[in-house]
Ligand binder design. Sequence first.
Ligand code: MN
Ligand code: MN
Length: 277
Amino acid sequence: MHHFESLIKELTPGIVTVLGVPFDKNSSFKSGSDAAPPAIRKALHSPSTNLCAENGVNLGTEPHWRELGDLELPGDSNKAFKEIQRSISQILERDARVISLGGDHSITYPIICAYAKKYPLLNILHIDAHPDLYDELDGNRNSHACPFARILEKEPAIRLVQVGIRTMTPHQREQAERFDVEVIEMRDWHKGIQIEFDGPVYLSFDMDAIDPAFAPGVSHIEPGGFSTRDVLGIIRNLKAEIVGADIVEFNPECDVNDITAMVAAKILKEIIAKMLK
Ligand code: MN
Ligand code: MN
C-alpha cells in the first residue's frame, strides 16, 4: 500500500483518478468480478484502439488523470468496506475525483459513504438492469443487491435516479417508494429523456445495464437492455458536474472475445474525458 500512499500525495486538485476495487465477496450468483480492474486497464491500453475519446479529449497526452492501480483488500466484507471508504476519502481530501473499477456493486456503498462527507448535496445517477434496493438478500445486508438501500438509509439527502431497470420486484418497488427513488424503467426509456441535476453527480454504472448482446461478460445476464451507443449517449448528454463514478459487475470469466472488457474500457475512457472537458 506504500505505493498507493505515495501516489495520493502527488494528486492535484480536480485530477481524475482511476482506482481498482477488486472485491466480489458480496456477489449472490457468480464470483469473478474481482478480476475486472486489470482486464479493463488492459483493454483501455490495447493497441487495437487508441486513447482519444469521442469528445476530442486525448487521454494519451492529457495530464489531468492518473491510474492508481488496485486496492489490496481483505476477504471480510466489513473490513474491506472500511478500507475502501478510507482510501476513497484520502483521494477526496486531495480534491481529486475517483472512478472506481469494481468488483461487484456492493463497493458503491463504502465509496458513497466517503463521497457524502465531501458532497452533502450529492446526486447519484445509477445505470443498471437491477434496482439493488433489497433490504437484504440471502441474509446478507452487504449484498450487491442492497447497496442503494444502505446508501439511502444512511444518507437520506441523496437524490437517486435509476435508469435501465428491468427486474423490479414488489419489495423493491416498495423500497423505491420508501426512499423516493426516481426510477426510469428500461421499458419507458427513450433517447429524448433528459435528466436534470442540480449539484454534483456521482455516476454508478453497472455493466449489466447494457444488453448482453453487447456486453455478455456479466454475472447476471438480463436481456432487453441498452445498446453500447445508448449508454455513450447518456454519458455524453449528461449536463452535470460529475464528481465521481464507478464501473462495476464486469465478470471476465463470463466474457466472450474480450467484448465486455472493451465496452467497459470504452465507457471508462468516455467518462474520464467527460469529466475532463
Ligand atoms: Mn447493480
Ligand atoms: Mn445489475
